[in-house]
Design a protein around this ligand. Structure first.
Ligand code: GCU
Length: 429
């Protein structure tokens, strides 16, 4: 099954899978591989902030690594049933990610949270949609914070409708409620035309995307007492914010809150994975070009690394995660296990062929490995061990994946594939 198993370390200990960095000739002939000229171009860039290491862009340079096994418990037992997965192994993995990677979110809704639907236009988008804007306000100890949510709901549809909730990590013009700015990053008109509600909020409304020692944003409102090395940081705050938007969507009769996909691009795609892991109400998780700390396997050390990301963005992960800088093999989890936490729900991961920083192959391999959690439910995960060719989405199981041509970005091509996938699963075409 694993063509690239390493013979020297062929001891398949119960808890680890040994995998080498080499890609077989068969893989190379069939599926996507990085353009060698592009690899050279990336390799010629100087490697700064990477703990004295060069960044890796050639498969030959990927070190041998062993992945922790998704289905083997901390006590060394293999999980084979849904009951064991849900009562033992899933909670164990979630706890490992809380403790070592993303930190501990406050659980659930805060006591003082209110929804103010302050804008309703039933004839938005030339009469095709109802626009709503909602202000979600949190209060604690005399401090407060508000998050703005922009929503377009198709009028010509049977309500309630399923929805795509975007965690917008670009500036607010990308989720323009007036629709003067129409950008592929959030193609609200196309989403509405396909019968889905388009919902978005701006990540910085919840927590600023800079290292402010957690003084501002939701940390400034909710955090009390001393910070520990597993305290939630900024990605976890954004993910928690997505859950609060879902709290509102559950109250909106025009929305089918049981069919909400949480979508994120890049840092937002790391966030959507954590949102889906911590909140099982999300029926689907979409992680676009998320790379390191998202869908890509950390142990491959391809493109961005754990050390680089922690040094460049010290506010994204919990403090404990920085203990694994230049020490990836010691992380008790790898990112395939985060993807496994989406099971048995729908999951869609994307790569872009010029986005080597995010390690397209590492993102694919995570999906492949995560499939075992779907199999526990008798479901197909990805349904293939072979990375697909460029622009040939894999959508046969409950995990969708594609490598799109072009650079780092969230495009109409990507959105079209997500909607094709949910049409298949949610509309039973
Ligand atoms: C940087 C960062 C990535 C991140 C990306 C983004 O490139 O290194 O980890 O995904 O920004 O969010 O656009």
């Amino acid at each position: 099954m694993f063509r690239n198993l390493v013979s020297v370390s062929f001891i398949l200990a119960m808890s680890v899978l040994s995998i080498s960095g080499t890609v077989s000739a068969e893989d190379q002939s069939k599926g996507w591989t990085a353009d060698p000229d592009l690899v050279k171009k990336f390799e010629s860039r100087s490697s700064s902030n990477n703990g004295g290491r060069d960044f890796i862009y050639s498969e030959e340079k990927v070190p041998e690594y062993s992945l922790p096994d998704i289905l083997t418990t901390d006590a060394g037992e293999k999980v084979t049933t849904v009951k064991e997965w849900e009562s033992t192994r899933r909670p164990e993995i979630l706890e490992l990610f809380r403790k070592h990677v993303y930190g501990r979110n406050p659980v659930g809704r805060p006591e003082q949270m209110s929804f103010d639907v302050y804008d309703v236009d039933p004839k938005a988008m030339d009469g095709k949609a109802t626009r709503k804007q909602v202000k979600i306000t949190f209060e604690n100890n005399g401090k407060s914070l508000s998050v703005n949510v922009v929503i377009f709901i198709p009028n010509d549809a049977e309500h309630p409708v399923p929805a795509y909730l975007l965690i917008c990590n670009r500036d607010k013009t990308n989720i323009d409620p007036t629709r003067e700015n129409k950008i592929e990053y959030w193609p609200a008109e196309e989403i509405v035309a396909r019968g889905y509600a388009a919902v978005a909020f701006h990540n910085a409304d919840i927590d600023p995307d800079d290292y402010d020692k957690f003084q501002n944003g939701i940390h400034g409102v909710l955090d009390e007492g001393e910070r520990h090395d597993d305290a939630w940081a900024t990605l976890a705050a954004w993910a928690w914010g997505a859950s609060r938007v879902l709290d509102y969507l559950e109250t909106d009769r025009m929305i089918d809150a049981e069919h909400v996909a949480v979508v994120g691009h890049s840092r937002g795609g790391k966030t959507s994975l954590w949102a889906g892991a911590t909140d099982e109400r999300f029926a689907m998780v979409v992680s676009n070009n998320s790379g390191c700390g998202g869908a890509a396997l950390s142990r491959r050390q391809y493109g961005e690394t754990v050390g680089r990301i922690n040094r460049a963005f010290p506010h994204w992960f919990c403090e404990k995660f920085s203990e694994y800088n230049e020490n990836e093999s010691e992380i008790p989890v790898d990112q395939h296990m985060l993807l496994a936490l989406a099971a048995p729900r729908l999951l869609y991961v994307t790569s872009a062929n010029e986005d080597l920083w995010a390690d397209p192959r590492g993102e694919f391999l995570s999906c492949k490995e995560a499939s075992t959690a779907y199999e526990i439910y008798g479901k197909t995960g990805l349904g293939t061990n072979q990375i697909p060719a460029l622009n040939e989405p894999v959508q046969q199981g409950n995990i969708g994946y594609h490598v799109r041509s072009g650079g780092h970005g969230l495009t109409l091509y990507d959105w079209t594939q997500f909607m094709n996938f949910t049409d298949k699963h949610w509309k039973k075409r």
